[in-house]
Design a protein around this ligand. Structure first.
Ligand code: UD1
Length: 430
């Protein structure tokens, strides 16, 4: 398994290209299942999760033509034309769902178009139990019959789904996406209340509209969908990855650097930008991207709580904890979305951070320095926090289990090295 080796202490200076959002690309790829005509997606990131989704769709009979990189060069994403005209299967097997929970996003589109789907239950994951009960209840409210057998969700709607009122008791990104896609081909109108408003949900909604869907309330917590009988082909460019932006913003901040996140859009990361500003970091929208600068003064502690969008994203909690670890004073970080998302804490403590977790909150007392160590993480964003800690730590940090990073960060070591970081990947066989 590959490792990443970092020698910390160099301020980052330069430009980092921001790719398309993984969490937008995955539902967008699943949306191809809704139409017999091709969906052409550009600005897709080169990531392991995208390959897993492509593999899953391929197993169902979706043909995928890779059309090379988008205009602007190899750094700005690839282009897939997905054609689901001849579906041969409506099953998502355990083997693939186990690798990537987002595989469950094929459920809504398959039931809506084919009247049937058999999708493995995702089971637990490193950051908590993460059930899909809300997806299933919502599909039932739209007339689907759901059975759970042998670890699989068996969903049937032989006469098609019907519109209805879906009220999510708590905000679910994947649940909103699954039901939004399903509602596009349901008979009649569907109202989704307490819908997720994440930019990735909005991006999906815009793509569905380009495919002929009738959706009102895009970007709000109430989505109204008027069902249509078919959707047609479309072209869509994936929204920039706000978590990639936020992660590199923290990298620039903790190292005391000056970095432009090229292609980034500040309005996608307002909550993160506000925390950075309160910590003493300058954040501004420039013509070619978002600029992050910290060249004078110490970082200041802050309090932050994760919330659904437009609140502070849970996917940035681990990275922001690194910033708190080296800021002056105490910070309080509260995680409200996932119950077990402090797996990075013991590793950061091994690097010298002073962090105490009490229930869902972590008190972080800033220290003068972190020191390099051998570390590993159990999920994607936790791994990214260890990279950030390595960039600011004295000495050498070795990050094991790099495959987590490869699920969500494209060419991470290349992008950081181009801004002066001393970072390299050590390839190991086996
Ligand atoms: C998506 C993101 C993930 C992000 C998360 C929250 C993708 C591919 N992943 O995950 O990176 O961290 O949003 O912003 O887009 N829940 C239930 N029952 C359900 C569904 C969810 O109890 O049926 C709970 C979850 O356990 C969690 C909370 O609701 O506590 C939010 O989960 P959700 O928004 O659904 O996350 P994902 O869509 O899985």
């Amino acid at each position: 398994m590959d490792k990443i080796v970092i020698r910390g202490g160099t301020p980052l200076n330069g430009a980092i290209p921001i790719g398309g959002a993984k969490n937008a690309a995955l539902p967008l790829m699943a949306a191809a299942l809704l139409s017999e005509q091709p969906l052409r997606l550009s600005n897709l990131p080169h990531l392991a999760d995208i390959s897993t989704m492509a593999h899953l769709l391929g197993e169902m009979g979706v043909s995928i033509a890779m059309e090379g990189d988008a205009p602007g060069g190899g750094n700005m994403g690839r282009v897939f034309a997905l054609n689901a005209s001849g579906l041969s299967s409506t099953e998502a097997p355990y083997e693939l769902v186990r690798r990537m929970r987002a595989s469950v996003l094929v459920l809504g589109p398959l039931v809506a178009r084919e009247g049937h789907a058999r999708v493995s239950l995702p089971g637990g994951c490193a950051i908590g139990t993460r059930p899909v009960d809300l997806h299933l209840k919502a599909l039932q409210a739209m007339g689907a019959e759901i059975e759970l057998t042998e670890g699989y969700i068996e969903a049937r709607a032989p006469n098609g789904l019907k519109g209805g009122h879906v009220l999510f008791p708590n905000v679910t990104v994947g649940g909103t996406e699954n039901i939004l896609m399903a509602a596009c081909l349901a008979k009649g109108d569907t109202v989704i209340s307490n819908a997720a408003r994440e930019p990735e949900v909005t991006d999906l909604a815009h793509c569905l509209v380009a495919m002929g869907a009738k959706i009102e309330g895009i970007g709000t917590d109430t989505l109204k969908v008027q069902g249509v009988t078919t959707l047609h082909g479309a072209e869509h460019s994936v929204v920039p990855d706000r978590i990639e932006m936020g992660s590199y913003a923290v990298a620039a901040a903790v190292t005391g650097g000056d970095v432009v996140l090229k292609g980034g859009r500040l309005e996608l990361m307002e909550a993160v930008a506000n925390v950075l500003k309160s910590a003493g970091v300058a954040v501004s929208q420039e013509t070619d991207g978002v600029r992050i600068t910290r060249n004078n003064g110490a970082l200041k502690g802050f309090d932050v709580m994760t919330e659904p969008y437009p609140g502070f994203p849970t996917d940035m909690q681990a990275q922001m904890m690194v910033l708190a670890s080296v800021a002056d004073g105490a910070s309080m970080i509260t995680e409200t979305i996932f119950e077990n998302r402090y797996m990075h804490v013991p590793e950061l403590v091994r690097m010298g951070a002073n962090i105490n977790v009490h229930g869902s909150s972590a008190i972080v007392r800033g220290v003068k320095k972190l020191s390099g160590a051998q570390v590993m993480a159990t999920d994607l964003r936790a791994s990214s926090s260890l990279v950030l800690a390595g960039l600011v730590a004295e000495g050498e940090t070795v990050i094991n289990r790099v495959y987590h990073l490869d699920r969500g960060y494209e060419r991470l070591e290349e992008k950081l090295a181009a801004c002066g970081a001393d970072i390299l990947r050590v390839r190991e066989n086996g």
